[in-house]
Design a protein around this ligand. Structure first.
Ligand code: PEP
Ligand code: MG
Length: 557
């Protein structure tokens, strides 16, 4: 049906992408500029930016930094004092001018090259403090470039109310900064069904569509957008009819949510015996509180990397201890699975000066990174052991285990942390349950062997799918190849659950397959013990489980 003319002018196109979350939102577009200057070498008007523009951009950068230093507490302000000093460095003042003169390039390209060369030279230092300065150099280079282009600095933490954020892509750290009270939805050109930014959007109840080609050329800041996330559709400047339809869908969604509410206190059991938990995947204490309100039986996955990203230095033991304890206390008496750091991949940590990798998802990620940077790992393990003593309900889980030696190496380090804590008289839990994520096909194939050593499994189907099918989980071009219900993935999942059952250890699932309405019946037949899902899917998952033959419920109103 053709809609009436838009309330806001000409009715715009309808774009299709990949459905990300369950909600529906109407809001005003806020188009996020490219976050940095990677790939800016092609011909562009930037070529015309010369020495005059460069001098002005340097001056604006200084003014911004002086403003930040004055506005921020001393500790944060100190970081920007370093940036201010860097702006005086000949690498940013004299050398770009020389380069422009010699090669005829524009100011933007000259700054880009200067920043990259300076970053490289700092990355080669032995001293970790100096190596870490490479991230500051990158920041300063990006600031100058933004000012050269006349772009505003985007403050993602304070966007206007009813915003729909439109971007080429969002990094997990950008997504984690969004405030759900301001941002109703997210639409990105890049990203796939299980990209980490999307998982955060789900936890915050936002409407999200990813892999939405041409959204950046079709939308400008200020356009009205209707995001129908379940359908993966984005309506640009919808007409009167479409807006009415959108409001209707939003009301229906709210009514459904209301109906599901009565399932918050329902407890599920296998008819053959044993509890079935529907837990939450979270990334922060705030999300834990939200998950508890939404009826989570526990936390099946706390992605701790969100404590580590988007900051200048890694969190210390005390800070980590307090966060882990807080989450465990929110879920007092219910199980809380805390996963050790899964950085790398699409979650690099600037302060670790990790080398750029050609294939980061096949690189130094998760447990591999922790084993390579043992001091960092030890701090987290000590914090976890202490928090487990204080709260009692914490289980520790190692991600991305492929070979038994990795699990043993991680456990040995854990044992040595216990000895260290015991020598210093610090209270810790001596025997927390230790589990592993099964998310690499190698581990799935060796599930029997692992089941003899681990206290529990949690199947990470997001990575298991991408590694089994060789289809990048974040690349919309291959999203049709990425399918957690592919027979090969299902066969691996079945084998993992059977191995766990043979050895009598519980088997959880924390990948997105656990909330897939078509997969849930099968998974419950196989005997999954905990379905850990994003908060917006907890009650829907319970509702589907409730309808299964082999499931019994208590507490249905
Ligand atoms: C998974 O891989 O399925 C998983 C839950 O971990 P993440 O999505 O954080 O990689
Ligand atoms: Mg994973």
């Amino acid at each position: 049906m053709k809609s009436d003319a838009s309330l806001y002018g000409e009715e715009g196109p309808v774009l299709a992408g990949i459905s990300g979350t369950l909600s529906i939102a109407l809001g005003i577009a806020w188009v996020l500029k490219k976050p940095d200057f990677e790939g800016e070498t092609g011909p562009s008007p930037e070529k015309n930016l010369g020495p005059g523009e460069l001098a002005a951009a340097l001056e604006t950068s200084k003014e911004q930094l002086r403003g930040l230093i004055a506005a921020l507490p001393a500790r944060e302000g100190a970081i920007f004092s370093t940036h201010l000093n860097l702006l005086e460095d000949p690498a940013f003042t004299r050398e770009p001018l020389e380069r422009m003169e010699k090669t005829g390039c524009g100011a933007a390209e000259a700054i880009r090259q200067a920043s990259e060369e300076l970053q490289k030279s700092f990355q080669e230092f032995d001293d970790p403090y100096l190596r870490e300065r490479a991230a500051d150099i990158k920041d300063v280079g990006e600031r100058i470039l933004r000012n050269l282009r006349g772009e505003r600095e985007e403050d993602l933490a304070s966007l206007p109310p009813d915003t729909i954020l439109v971007a080429a892509d969002l990094t997990p750290s950008q997504a984690a900064r969004l405030n759900p009270r301001q941002v109703r939805g997210i639409v990105t050109e890049g990203g796939g069904k299980t990209s980490h930014a999307l998982l955060i959007a789900g936890a915050m109840n936002m409407a999200a569509v990813v892999g939405c080609k041409n959204i950046l050329s079709a939308v400008k800041t200020g356009d009205l957008l209707f995001v129908d996330a379940p359908k993966g559709k984005v309506y640009v400047n919808p007409g009167r009819e479409r807006i009415r339809e959108g409001r209707g869908k939003m009301e229906k969604f709210a009514r459904e949510e209301g109906r599901y509410q009565k399932l918050e206190t329902v407890r599920l059991f296998k008819k053959e015996g044993g509890r079935i938990l529907v837990g939450a995947n979270i990334g922060s204490p705030a999300e834990a509180e939200f998950a508890l309100q939404k009826g989570a039986d526990g936390i099946g996955l706390f992605r701790t990397e969100f404590l580590f990203i988007d900051r200048k230095e890694m969190p210390g033991e005390e800070e980590q201890y307090l966060v882990y304890r807080r989450v465990a206390e929110i879920f007092a008496g219910k199980p809380v699975v805390i996963r050790t750091l899964d950085a790398g991949g699409d979650k690099p940590l600037p302060y670790l000066n990790m080398r750029r990798e050609e294939n980061p998802f096949l690189g130094l990620r998760a447990i591999r990174l922790c084993l390579a940077r043992e001091p960092l790992f030890r701090i987290q393990l000590r914090a976890l052991l202490r928090a487990a003593a204080a709260a009692g309900n914490i289980r520790i889980m190692f991600p991305m285990i492929a070979s038994p030696w990795e699990f043993r190496a991680a456990r040995d380090i854990l044992e040595s942390c216990k000895e260290e804590l015991s020598r210093s008289g610090v209270p810790f839990l001596p025997n927390p349950k230790i589990g592993i994520m099964i998310e690499i096909p190698a581990a799935a194939i060796l599930a029997d062997e692992f089941a003899g050593e681990a206290d529990f499994f949690s199947i990470g189907t997001n990575d298991l799918t991408q590694y089994t099918l060789a289809a990048d989980r974040g690349n919309p071009e291959v999203s049709s190849y990425y399918d957690c219900k592919h027979p090969a993935v299902v066969a691996l999942v079945k084998g993992i659950i059977e191995a766990a059952r043979r050895r009598g250890i519980p088997c959880f699932m924390c990948g997105e397959m656990a909330s897939d309405p078509e997969a849930i019946p099968l998974l419950s037949q196989y005997g999954i013990d905990e379905f850990s899902v994003s908060t917006d899917r907890i009650l829907r998952t319970k509702e589907i489980l409730l309808r299964q033959e082999n499931v019994r419920a208590e507490g249905v109103l």
